[in-house]
Every structure is written in C-alpha cells, then in structure tokens.
Design a protein around this ligand. Structure first.
Ligand code: NDP
Ligand code: 2IT
Length: 443
C-alpha cells in the first residue's frame, strides 16, 4: 500500500465521523503522492502522520446568560494544528453547524494556506456552535467574554493568534480583545481583525475578497484574458463576498449574484453593493430585503447562483456549497474560471468536473489566503508598534497574491501537471512546512 493511502486510512479510522476533516485530508494527501515518492525522508520521519495529527485540540464549555436571564451552554474549540513555521494562526467560526470535524478541516487547510502566504504563521482554527443570528449586542458580548475567559489560557501574540471567520467580525474581535486584555493585563497583538483605533490593520476587512480577485486576475492574465467585461457569480454576502464583489467590479467585471443562507439574488444590471452593505453590515438583515432597493432584481429561495450564465464563479459562503450539479450548470454555461473565496466550497466531484472540462480552478487555500496574509501584516505592525497606510498594505497584499499564483503554477508544472492549481497549492504549501518539521526533529 502507498504511504499516502496508509496514512489516509489511519486518519479516517482514528477520527470517526469527522467527514469534513476526512475530505480535506484526502484532497491534500492524494496530491502529495509524487512528492513523498521523491523524498523518502518524509516517510522515514513520519511527516504525513504528524502533519495530520494536531499538536493539540482544546474543547471547552462556554456558558452565557441571555437577555431574559436564561442560561445557555455552547461548546468552544481551538485546534492548534501545526506551528513548524510560526505561531498558530487562523480564524474563529461562530455558527450552529460548528463541530470538531469542521474545525479540524479548517485548521488543517490553514497549515498549507498560511505556508503559501510566504509569511511566518502556523495553522490553527477555532470557534463555537453558538449562533450569533438574532442575538442582542449584550448577548454577543456575554458570549465573547465567556469564550475568551477560557481561551485566553492558550493564546498569545507569539503562541496562537485567532481572527475572524463566519459569524466573527470586528465587533466580536473587539469584545474578545477587551476580555483578553482585562484578564491578562497585557496589550499585545493576540487577535487580528481588530478595530483601527486599537491595533487593527487598514485593509484587513477588505483583504480576503480583494486578495481573491487579485489572484483570479493574475490567473486569467496568465491565460491571455482578464476580469474586464466578464460576468461573475458570487455566493455569500458576508465579509469575503462583499469585498470580492467590490474589487471585481472595480476591475471592470459585472457581479450579478449574491446569496445568504435563506436565498439568493440575481441582478442583471450588476449588484448594488451599497444596498448589500446596508443590509448586511449595518442592519445585519436578510438578502430578501435587496429587492426594496433594486425592484428589477430577482430574489429566490429555490435554485442557486450557479444556474446563472457567467464567465467566472467565486464561491464565498461555506464548505461544500458548490456540488457536481452546480459545476455541471456552470460548465454548460461555459464558465472560464472558478476561484474559491470560502474554505473548501467545492465538493471533490465538482473540482474534478471543472478540471476535466478545462475550467481554471483556484482552490481556497491559495485563492482566499489574502485574509490571513493581511492578518500576518497586522501582527508585524503590532509588534513594531507602527501602522501602515491602506495603500501600503494593499500593495503588499497584491504582491503576495501574485506570488501565490506563480508559486502554485510553478509547483504544478514541476510535477508535470500544468494548470492543476489544486496539486500545485498542496505541494507548494506542504513542502515548506514538511522541510521545517524535518529540520526541527521528531517533535
Ligand atoms: P460571514 O459570516 O461574513 O459571511 C458568511 C456568508 O455565507 C453569509 O452570507 C452567510 O449567510 C453565508 N453562509 C454561511 N454559512 C452558510 C451555510 N451553512 N449555508 C448557506 N450560507 C451560509 O463570513 P466570511 O465572509 O468571513 O466567510 C465566508 C467563507 O470564507 C467561509 O468559508 C470562511 O471560512 C472563508 N474565509 C474567510 C476569511 C475571512 O477573512 N473572513 C478568510 C479566508 C476564508 P447568512 O448571513 O444567512 O448566515
Ligand atoms: O480562513 C481563514 O483564513 C480566515 N478565516 C482568516 C484567518 C486569519 O487569521 O486572518
């Protein structure tokens, strides 16, 4: 049996029921066959066994009291996966679907994504099955305070630096930062995505969406075209989706769809982003309200954004939201490129279908790395006690995304798999971490 197969079988047997983690581990490990064959020292030093086993996984009770005085208990998670190349780094997801398998898939992906940024950050992820929807500001504060009252023991500017993800934005990070500071008395860059008055980096809010579009543009340019004049389908309407839509529009594309967990909009004239921001960022409302601002748009609770004929698709909501059926609709309508803003939004069958139909496909660990890269830039600014301008950060982000594209394309070429950016991203991300692990001994 091959080394990869042996380790994968063991990962699946040792982590029963963690289906998203199995999916992520399978995708990464299967594309490393050639690399591990070429480097026998990886097997000898149990690199794959060690990289698939988190350094530690922390689970804890998060009790909080709602506005009616009723007590609730949620479960908190932090999985510190790998710190071979830097302190653990990765977001905190607050969503009722969160469980250990989901946090492990995200933490595992984060190892390779963070490596691809070229910056010194290891992989981690956390969150809770708390549902922030419909909660008052006081309830959100209560939850965040309770969460960090336990989490603070395990994090620190040189240890583990959490950030935002689904359900966690600047408000939650502010409450968590305040709690950490109150308990420890230490003012340090322990979280990223902070507000601009207390250590946050300019352009962090925009970074994931902008970075996604920078990488997409670079990939299209390398294939003789660009976003200008293209029609784009975006899914989601949160942080990543909003700033991807903004940058794609700035580069001359027309974004015609967005979605949330209850429905989606099709606006043939191009999404009115001011209306979406007002609904989502200001009022924390539902996308069904979009029609009030744009009567000609269609809002639908059945079907999906992938049925619209577009040149480029940017899935920016959540894992496994783009399945084979969605991929078939996109390919039938002659989609040219798909780039993942979310983490693992395409199912393995969808990815395979895109690749076998010659659609340019950029996986999340490369395409959405601009968020965590800019988080690392926030860490640098915090430790230097400096703040850079928006233009400086944006310029660095652009450079990082271009580099990622060229590195993953080169890694794919080296192994004779031109334009297979899935394999390219996995190999390029893996090698740096694996070599650091080798250099540091069996730990
Ligand atoms: P937000 O919470 O800001 O937005 C999430 C969006 O996706 C919302 O529109 C939400 O709809 C929708 N959504 C979430 N879960 C589901 C679900 N189960 N089914 C259908 N729709 C859903 O999160 P982000 O924009 O920050 O994150 C989006 C994706 O990008 C995630 O996969 C995240 O891991 C990834 N990512 C985020 C980064 C960041 O910097 N924020 C960096 C890199 C990746 P609704 O409002 O109805 O819940
Ligand atoms: O998935 C991700 O890369 C994020 N949610 C961002 C992590 C971070 O530390 O900025």
């Amino acid at each position: 049996m091959s080394y990869v197969k042996e380790v994968l079988d063991s990962v699946i047997a040792r982590n029963p029921g963690e289906k998203e983690f199995h999916q992520a581990a399978t995708e990464v490990l299967e594309s490393l066959e050639l690399v591990v064959e070429k480097n026998p020292q990886y097997r000898k030093n149990a690199i794959l066994e060690r990289i698939t086993e988190p350094d530690r996984q922390i689970m804890f009770r998060v009790p909080w009291i709602d506005d009616n005085g009723v007590a609730h208990v949620n479960r908190g998670f932090r999985v510190q996966f790998n710190n071979a190349i830097g302190p653990y780094k990765g977001g905190l997801r607050l969503h009722p679907s969160v469980n250990l398998g989901i946090i492990k898939f995200l933490g595992f992906e984060q190892i390779f994504k963070n490596s691809l940024t070229g910056l010194p950050i290891g992989g981690g992820k956390g969150g809770s099955d708390f549902d922030p929807k419909g909660k008052s500001d006081r309830e959100i504060f209560e939850f965040c305070r309770s969460f960090v009252t336990e989490l603070y023991k395990y994090i620190g500017a040189d240890v583990d630096v959490p950030a935002g993800d689904i359900g966690t934005g600047a408000r939650e990070i502010g409450y968590m930062f305040g709690t950490y500071k109150k308990i420890t008395g230490v003012y340090e860059g322990v979280l990223t995505g902070k507000g601009l008055t207390y250590g946050g980096s300019l352009a962090r809010t925009e970074a994931t969406g902008y970075g996604l579009v920078y990488l997409t543009e670079e990939m299209l340019k390398a294939h003789g075209t660009s976003l200008k004049g293209k029609t784009v389908a975006v899914s989601g309407s949160g942080n990543v989706a909003i700033y991807a839509t903004q940058k794609a529009t700035e580069l001359g594309a027309k974004v015609v769809t967005m979605s949330d967990s209850t429905g989606w909009v099709y606006d043939p004239d191009g999404i009115d982003l001011a209306a979406v921001k007002e609904i989502k960022e200001v009022r924390r409302g539902r996308l069904s309200e979009y029609k009030n601002a744009r009567p000609k748009a269609q809002y639908s609770t059945s079907g999906r954004v992938w049925q619209v004929a577009v040149d480029v698709a940017l899935p920016c909501a959540t894992q496994n939201e783009l399945d084979l059926e969605g991929a078939k609709m996109l390919v039938k309508n002659k989609v040219k490129a798909v780039a993942e803003g979310a983490n693992m939004p395409s199912t393995p069958e969808a990815v395979h279908y895109f690749q076998s139909n010659k659609v340019l496909f950029a996986p999340g660990k490369a395409a959405n790395a601009g968020g965590v890269a800019t988080s690392a830039l926030e860490m640098s600014q915090n430790s230097q006690r400096l703040s850079w301008t928006f233009a400086e950060v944006d310029e660095k982000l652009k450079g990082i995304m271009k580099n990622i594209y060229h590195n993953i394309a080169a890694a794919a070429n080296e192994f004779g798999m031109t334009d297979n950016f899935v394999v390219g991203a996995n190999i390029a991300g893996f090698k740096k971490v694996a070599d650091a692990m080798l250099a540091q001994g069996i730990q």
